[in-house]
Structures are given as C-alpha cells and as structure tokens.
Design a protein around this ligand. Structure first.
Ligand SMILES: Cc1cc2nc3c(=O)[nH]c(=O)nc-3n(C[C@H](O)[C@H](O)[C@H](O)COP(=O)(O)O)c2cc1C
Ligand SMILES: [Mn+2]
Length: 478
C-alpha cells in the first residue's frame, strides 16, 4: 500500500526506530546544519543514521524534518521494495516505471486546511529560517521543495527539485537552468507569452515517492505525476491550486503558489553545493509568492546539501537506474554504479570486453547521451567480475591495469561535467569541462598483439564457492 502522505511514512520510520525526535531547542542559524552534517556522514560511512525531527526550533513553531532518505534502507522503505539490496531496488524501480499510472484529481485535501493570502502569505509565518551551510547567502526554504510547472506547449506537468533562498517575506530565488525541464518551460513561456509571469506551485513535505520522482530525470510525456503513480503503484491524488491550474499532491504539508517572470533576475546565494563547496552568488530568477496553503501543524522537510548529502540517494540513484537501463542494451555492459562520493560526476561500468576499442565506444556512448550523459566527467570501466560497489576493488583494477598514456581517454571542452560547479577550474573557465574515461580492464588485446596470453587471476572461483558452502564446518566464526 502506497504511503498516503509524509506522516504515514514518518509513523513507519518511528515504529522501525529509524527516526529520532530532538526535543532540545536548536538554533536554526547553525545547529541544524551541524547535526545533519554528522548524521549524513554516519549514513555514508556506516549505512545507519536516523531521520530526525527538530521539534523545537528556536523562535519558531513549525518542526523541521531532515535526513529522511539518508540511507539505502529508507530508500527501500519509501519504495516498499522487498530488500534494500541496490540491485533489487533498481530492478523494481525500472519495472515499475515501465507502467506509468495517471494521477487522480480530487476536489480538496489536507493541504487546504489553511489558506494564507494577501499580507498573510508570508514565508516567516511558516518556515524557520534554517541556514544549511555557514556561508549561505540566507535561509533556504527550498532544499527538498518540489517545483511544479506546466509545459506551455504540451500541457504536461513537470515536478523537479530546485533550491530557493528567501529574499523577502514573499520573494525567493529560483534556479531554473535551461538544461532542466522547469527551465525549458520558462524558455517556452518567454517565447509564447512575452512579458507575462509563469505560474509555479511548490509542494513541500509530500509522500516520499513523489519526492523521489521529482528528483529523477524522466522523458515526457507522461508527467512525473504518472511516474510517481508507477513507483508507488497507486495513482497520486492531486488538487488544483487556488491561484492557477497547476495541480499538487493533496496531502502535501505546505504548498506555495506564485509566479516567475522569465527575464527577471536578482542576486542569489551563495549556497553550499553537492560538490561539498560553497557555490558562488549568482543572478537567478525570482519566485513571487501569492498564496500559501498548509495542513494543520505542518512539517517543514529540508536537507543539508553539500557533500555528503541526501541528494546522493534522492537524485543520484534514479540517474544511475536510468543510465543503466540505456547502457544494458549495449553489448557487453553488465552493471553500472554511481558512488555517492562521485558527486554525480563518476560512473563505474562493469564490461564484458569483447573487442579492441569496445571500452572507448562505451565511454563515448555515455558522453553522447543527451539527457543523462552531461554530468559524467569521470568514467571508469572495469572487467566483469570486479565488484563495482566496492571502491577498493575498483581501485585495485585501476592500480593494476592502467597505463595512463594508453588507457585514459580525454574529451576536451565538453558540456556539463558540473558546469558552473566544476571546482577543478577557476570561475572564468567553467563554461566547459574536459572529461576523462579510464579503461581499467585487463589489457588482453595488448598481450594478444605480442602473441602471449594475459595472466590469469590466482583466485579460483570453484574453490571459493566450495569453501563458502561448508564454512560452518571449520568453526572459525560460528
Ligand atoms: C536537494 C536537491 C536540490 C536540487 N537543486 C537544484 C537546483 O537548484 N537547480 C537545478 O537545476 N537542479 C537541482 N536539483 C536537481 C534536479 O532536481 C534534478 O536534476 C531533476 O531531475 C530535475 O528534474 P526536471 O528536469 O524534471 O525538473 C536538485 C536536486 C536535489 C535532490
Ligand atoms: Mn521532468
């Protein structure tokens, strides 16, 4: 049964002892930052770390929920998969999105319990001013906020996650770059309705699967609404906004309604980015708030960005699944993995290498993928059999098999690769990034060219399996 709302998911986490309630007063200027930093680091190193609700945020009534999807275990619980094994989650995810389920329109819902308009439509009435990273330019209410827009040509709704820094009581920044669907909607809107503002609705605190769908880069049509339905195996229930015809999940904790003028830009940031560095201040679009609707006793869901962060599961995993779906159709591709420490730049591929040049062709096909290939600045290809989820094994392959002047493929002056966030370059050079692909497969073809055979591994899979099967007999660790 799909989660009806965020609260049902919280109840489950609490029952499973995967949620902590902090009753001590915390200062939104620094304490939420520090506590969530410790928790997400624990999540990355040990895989264990609870979601947390800060019940008493200094000077504010609304509680703040963080680290919601910080671990694979909670990703699996959100998706209600049978196990938290990465491959099981991936197979289930790909199977489900093959059958999109259209949303159901409902007349009203809990998100309409309170409607704040005019002077009352004020961010300060709802949101504790959390400073997620020390150098941020202000409080961000949008870190896990879901922006809903509509394609002005096709009418298909989009949902994506985009940051929002509070500028005034009813204005935030909005980062809608042209490579993202929300940015493409804004571009079309500018052309079709010059000078007019485009409506945007923002849902905060929804059922966890809608959040995961918003973090994924799907092909349209259909909408993320339909993919969320597929992933939760039940239609999403959506209600119409008060001020426009966009629709949002009826059980959202908080909904912000407003508009954005395509050509209006104001200073925004800095903001702590997923690379782990403070991003520069920049000129961004502006969200003008018209109305807030919210549930009684709303919960504010947010996350610390930076590295590590929950983004490593919320956006990165869906990208891994979608690139796997495309690459596995190519001959020889066995498996792919995006490690969290790769910050969306790194892709590891296990390949059954079948001809000279095969590895480079696979790397080039990733870079050539218009939707998913942009970010992969660093690709490592290893042989089938290397455990690509174990960084030590991947490093073993690189250390043993790579001749750098032979096995590193460099694509100069490429799009993507972090763009404005590519901290390996000074600001003036960040328009383009060079990309590198590392062939860390055993160079069998080189041995064959000199008429010899590449050395075999000294591990014997048969002996390993036999010992494993009767391990108990030896009484070593009973
Ligand atoms: C916490 C978080 C914050 C994000 N912030 C932004 C952002 O400010 N701008 C942006 O372009 N992408 C941001 N993303 C990435 C997009 O949400 C992601 O690429 C998504 O697939 C976009 O979907 P869309 O193109 O369907 O709107 C963020 C992702 C997460 C998880
Ligand atoms: Mn989209």
């Amino acid at each position: 049964m799909a989660y009806r709302d965020l609260r049902e998911f919280i109840t489950l986490l609490e029952r499973k002892r995967l949620l902590a309630r902090v009753k001590a007063e915390v200062d939104p200027a620094w304490e939420i930052n520090g506590i969530t930093n410790k928790l997400i680091n624990e999540a990355v190193t040990s895989g264990k770390s609870p979601a947390v609700i800060f019940e008493k945020v200094k000077g504010h009534k609304v509680p703040v929920l963080c680290n919601l999807i910080g671990t694979l275990e909670r990703l699996a619980l959100a998706l209600e998969t049978e196990s938290a094994d990465e491959r099981v989650i991936r197979e289930e995810w790909l199977k489900r999105i093959g059958h999109p389920i259209p949303p159901k329109k409902v007349k009203t819902g809990p998100c309409k319990e309170n409607i704040l308009t005019g002077e009352k439509a004020d961010f300060n009435a709802i949101f504790p001013p959390v400073i997620w990273h020390k150098g941020d330019g202000g409080a961000y209410i949008g870190t896990l906020a879901i922006q809903v827009t509509k394609d002005p040509e096709t009418g298909v709704q989009n949902a994506g996650i985009y940051r929002m820094m509070v500028r005034t009581k009813n204005e935030t920044g909005l980062m809608f770059p042209a490579v993202q669907h929300a940015g493409q909607h804004l571009g079309k809107w500018r052309r079709l309705f010059p000078g007019k503002p485009m409506p945007v609705a923002i849902a905060i605190g929804t059922d966890p699967v809608y959040l995961l769908a918003a973090g994924a880069k799907f092909h349209h049509p259909p909408s993320e609404d339909d993919y969320a339905g597929a992933l939760r195996k039940e239609p999403l229930e959506l209600v119409k906004c008060e001020t426009c015809d966009l629709t949002v999940p009826a059980t959202s904790e908080i909904v912000l309604e407003g508009e954005v003028y395509p050509d209006e830009l104001k200073p925004d940031g800095p903001f702590g980015e997923y690379t782990g560095h403070q991003g520069a201040a920049q000129m961004l679009n502006v969200f003008h708030l018209k109305t807030i609707t919210h549930r009684d006793n709303p919960i504010f869901l947010g996350e610390r960005e930076g590295y590590p962060s929950e983004t490593g599961l919320i956006s990165l995993k869906s990208k891994e699944y979608l690139i796997y779906e495309r690459l596995r159709k190519l001959p020889g591709v066995i498996d792919v993995h995006m490690p969290r420490e790769g910050c969306a730049f790194k892709l590891i591929i296990a390949l059954r290498k079948s001809w000279p040049g095969h590895v480079n062709q696979i790397i080039q096909s990733v870079w050539g993928d218009l939707d998913l290939g942009l970010s992969f600045r660093y690709i490592v290809v290893v042989d089938e059999g290397v455990d690509i989820r174990n960084p030590a094994h991947v490093e073993w392959a690189v250390s043993n098999y790579v001749q750098p002047d032979r096995d590193i493929l460099i694509a100069p002056r490429s799009p993507g690769g972090g763009g404005g966030l590519d901290v390996s370059q000074p600001y003036s050079k960040r328009r383009w990034s060079a990309k590198w692909g590392v062939d860390a497969t055993l160079p069998t073809e080189e041995y064959e060219a000199e008429g010899t055979k590449a050395p075999e591994l000294c591990d014997d899979p048969d002996i390993k399996a036999k010992v494993e099967a009767q391990w108990g007999k030896y009484g070593i660790n009973p």
